[in-house]
Design a protein around this ligand. Structure first.
Ligand code: ME8
Length: 641
């Protein structure tokens, strides 16, 4: 039976700006998975690309004083250059402006339109001319534009809508019966939380009078397609949907759509309903990873804290950079990037453990065995040799399990454990103490062969993450280009008598980075005793309750505010809270908080807020207050006293 095909995708990135570490992370992760599955012998297809239509790109072009097409052409090469530099082995790179993609988008639109899945409707709204944006009445801030605060004009506009709302129950059922469909689990719950509310139909058009940069609707030349509807189709257009049926059938459904948590709803609500309406099967897993943060904040151009992956690769090398990103982030969670953390991990894992091991073994092979691999001994059935081989085989098994279970960080930690076990084995055996004359055939030769063979396995396991340097390591042990992934558990692959390379530093130690300047002292919080005392009766009038956040979204034009929908057990409430600097909206659904439930409703920026949440702050940081994580589960609506 031929092995299952493996099809992995990254998001297609906007060409409004240069790539940053977040883009590099998702793409390296996809590359590691693709390389691993290829080494397993699975037919593999790895797709990445660029999202080139829509408002963001049109605006970037205007700011740069060029056409959107020029903006796309200039920016796409930055992504392509970076992928080349980072040794990304994608099988295809799709641009949404390519004809092969546009044709498929138009065919999908026409098919859905012909079958009544897309309809035209008129509705009233408010338009802000300077911002070029359309708002619903409920989104206005004191009757003005929520983005810029200027006046808005009422317009009646016709648009095209995809009947997404009708698929809500089907989608909930699909998600609940396919636990692998959205991963990690807490992201599945987030989507299910979102689907608890009514699901609206999706507006899939933009009148050309407002935005001309897009794919023209095949059934109405006055409109272009909404950028997300266009972009998501890349996952099927690149593999020949509707054009090359055999190729399409070979790869679809995708094994993994890798995405950042910022684009969960589009991938786990819009995309599945679109596919369902098109009569196509669902991808196996949509996996949302967390954010790379800088300190406590998300990287963003406006904060000026974007890490440039090209610079990191130039300064420290491609492979160490790839290794750090894969080893440091627990898949699904956020991780903090800092150059100090990079150097620490590089020096401990790569320079001290792996690099030292290689140079130690090569040096000893030179001095004790004449620069050749010694004879291959039978593997002893007991003792330190047996223990070492068992430790290395455990790494083989664990890496496999963790790649399939998307816990690559744990798998890499296991491989590094095995590397340390080889170093320990050498410490126990001390082959450097032997006299040179009888070294090769005797005990030191046996020790060095076994250590080198164990290192071969560790280096092969690390190949998908550090392809360049692990290939060099393998070559230094006399191995050719042919990869022996199928022989990871076979003892005796290294050929006795093969010359080995002279020792060279694979991972030279790095100097520690200068420590960051000390933070200015935080303004101290007002002392509790300075506050006037509260009578117990006044306190008792407060109705404090636990609540579960269902959804969170930014308040346009107010960078500190988030609009939350919370479940209070008996009711749902809307709360506007000043926590946007401390929490990203995508992190909040599912979280338990405490709210003042009997506060009179108030309008904040024109939005009704029906309560207030509790958060602790020291003037520098802010932290939501909620039931302790180690206590019993509290239902929403429990009294806090
Ligand atoms: O959203 N940490 O494109 P985009 C980790 N065109 N990953 C990050 C990150 C960070 N700080 N910042 C970005 C789009 N990413 C759409 C996608 S798909 C049909 C259309 C990564 O250029 C992460 O993978 O804004 C995120 O999902 C993606 O970049 C967003 O890239």
């Amino acid at each position: 039976m031929s092995p299952d095909p493996f099809y992995v995708t990254t998001p297609i990135y906007y060409v409004n700006d240069r790539p940053h570490i977040g883009h590099a992370y998702t793409t390296i992760l996809a590359d590691v998975l693709a390389r691993y599955h290829r080494l397993l012998g699975q037919p593999t297809f790895f797709l990445t690309g660029t999202d080139e239509h829509g408002q963001k790109v049109a605006r970037a072009a205007r700011e740069a004083g060029c056409t959107p097409r020029e903006q796309a052409d200039r920016t796409v090469v930055r992504f392509q250059d970076l992928w080349r530099r980072l040794e990304i082995t994608h099988d295809d790179f799709i641009r949404t402006t390519e004809d092969r993609h546009q044709r498929v988008v138009r065919a999908c639109l026409q098919d859905l339109y012909d079958r009544g899945e897309i309809y035209r409707a008129e509705y009233d709204g408010w338009y802000c001319t300077p911002c070029e944006r359309f708002f619903m009445e409920k989104d206005l801030a004191d009757s003005n534009c929520p983005e810029c605060g200027r006046g808005v004009e009422q317009i009646r506009e016709a648009n095209y809508f995809f009947r997404m709302g009708q698929y809500r129950d089907w989608l909930v059922d699909y998600i609940e019966t396919h636990p692998d469909f959205i991963q990690p689990d807490f992201r599945r719950n987030e989507t299910l939380g979102f689907l608890r509310q009514e699901l609206n139909d999706l507006c899939i058009s933009r009148p050309k009078s407002r935005l001309a940069w897009g794919i023209e609707l095949p059934f109405d030349a006055d409109y272009v397609c909404y950028v997300w509807f266009d972009a998501l189709v890349n996952y099927i257009s690149a593999i020949g949907f509707g054009v090359e049926p055999e190729r399409f059938a070979r790869w679809w459904p995708a094994s993994y759509h890798l995405i950042g948590k910022d684009i969960l709803t589009t991938h786990t609500v819009y995309w599945p309903t679109m596919l369902h309406a098109l009569g196509l099967p669902m991808p196996q897993t949509i996996f949302a990873h967390g954010w790379w943060l800088l300190g406590a904040s998300k990287m963003s151009k406006s904060l000026g804290n974007v890490v440039n992956p090209m610079e990191m690769a130039e300064r420290y090398g491609v492979d160490p950079f790839r290794y750090f990103l894969m080893a440091e982030m627990t898949l699904g969670q956020d991780a903090t990037f800092s150059e100090e953390a990079f150097i620490r991990r590089y020096n401990s894992d790569l320079a001290n453990d792996l690099g030292n091991l290689q140079s130690r073994i090569l040096k000893l092979l030179q001095s004790k065995c004449g620069g050749r691999l010694p004879p291959c001994p039978p593997l002893p059935v007991a003792g330190p040799e047996k223990d070492l081989w068992a430790a290395v085989q455990q790494a083989v098994r664990r890496l496999h399990e963790t790649v399939l279970g998307m816990r690559l960080d744990l798998g890499l930690a296991e491989v590094l454990q095995a590397v340390r076990a080889i170093n320990r084995y050498l410490e126990i055996k001390q082959p450097w103490r032997a006299a040179t004359a009888d070294a090769e055939a005797g005990e030191p030769g046996l020790t060095l062969y076994i250590a080198a063979e164990a290192l071969r396995v560790a280096a092969t396991l690390l190949l998908p993450v550090m392809p360049g340097r692990m290939m060099a390591l393998r070559q230094s042990l006399g191995l050719g280009d042919e990869l022996d992934f199928a022989r990871l558990s076979t003892f005796g692959v290294l050929q006795p008598g093969t010359p080995v390379a002279p020792p060279a530093a694979l991972f030279p130690r790095l100097q520690a980075a200068a420590p960051p300047p000390p933070e200015p002292p935080a303004p101290s919080a007002p002392a509790a005793a300075a506050q006037p005392l509260l009578a117990y009766d006044d306190f008792a009038r407060l109705d404090l309750r636990t609540a579960t956040i269902l959804s969170a979204e930014p308040v346009p034009g107010a960078d500190k505010l988030l609009k939350l929908q919370v479940d209070l057990g008996t009711a749902q409430r809307q709360i506007v809270a000043g926590i946007a600097k401390a929490y990203a909206p995508a992190d909040l659904p599912g979280r338990q908080i405490v709210i003042v439930a009997n506060l009179a409703p108030a309008k904040i920026r024109g939005i009704v807020s029906e309560g207030m949440l509790l958060a602790a702050g020291d003037g520098k940081q802010l932290c939501l207050v909620g039931p302790a994580a180690d206590g019993p589960a509290m239902p929403p609506g429990a009294r806090v006293k």
